[in-house]
Design a protein around this ligand. Structure first.
Ligand code: HEM
Length: 179
């Protein structure tokens, strides 16, 4: 089915989840690799350009995702889960969204601190609002790095929990996000 029901995720939510997840992993790997590139590397300019472009596209996708989530039926927790599991997973999902938004905002604040717009794959550009605080580029850079680490760590725990539900508890948690 296209849309969510009380018991399962629809194709739209599933696609948004997996495309976002894969893009976040790709962006993390790209970001981790590009910060150590030397000025003489052929990727010195291209890698940050791709990182920023993909980041803006993911931001747009995440806004769509949150709108879709608000419009669609809420998928209920699986009945066999304990209250603690229900509360922990609901908290984790909210934290994942919050960390995603924080990485976007801090990334935007790094790239636009010098007043320059972000060129998204030379298709369109996102305007700069300039610097809001002194030393914005460095400050936002530190936040961006540690929030990105936290996002990846939490996403890893989240994935391990989904796999544990599938392999050990043998419930439908993972199936309803896949099938
Ligand atoms: C960067 C990677 C990932 C991020 C940021 C992420 C984020 C999220 C978020 C925000 C939700 C809540 C969806 C909603 O109801 O609004 C969710 C649900 C879910 N995710 Fe992920 N996810 C990631 C990777 C994975 C991986 C690798 C797996 C599996 C191995 C997975 C399995 C699931 C499952 C099964 C659900 C549904 C949980 C439920 O029904 O309660 N996710 N994910």
């Amino acid at each position: 089915m296209i849309n969510n029901t009380r018991d399962s995720y629809g194709v739209i939510s599933k696609s948004l989840h997996w495309v976002s997840g894969l893009t976040i992993i790709a962006l993390f790997a790209l970001g981790f690799w590009m910060v150590d590139l030397s000025y003489y590397s052929q990727w010195y300019k291209t890698a940050p350009h791709w990182h920023k472009s993909l980041g803006i596209l993911l931001l747009a996708l995440t806004i769509i995702r949150l709108l879709v989530k608000a419009k669609q039926e809420k998928v209920l927790a699986i009945a066999s889960h304990s209250n603690l599991v229900k509360k922990t997973s609901s908290f984790t999902h909210k934290a994942l969204y919050l960390l995603m938004v924080s990485v976007f905002v801090s990334g935007y604040l790094i790239s636009t601190a010098d007043g320059r717009a972000i060129e998204v794959f030379d298709w369109f550009s996102v305007v700069s609002l300039g610097a809001f605080v002194d030393n914005q580029e460095d400050l936002a850079g530190i936040i961006h790095r540690y929030v990105a680490y936290s996002l990846i760590a939490l996403a890893l725990l989240h994935a391990m929990a989904a796999i544990k539900h599938h392999l050990i508890d043998k419930d439908d948690t993972l199936k309803r996000m896949l099938k």
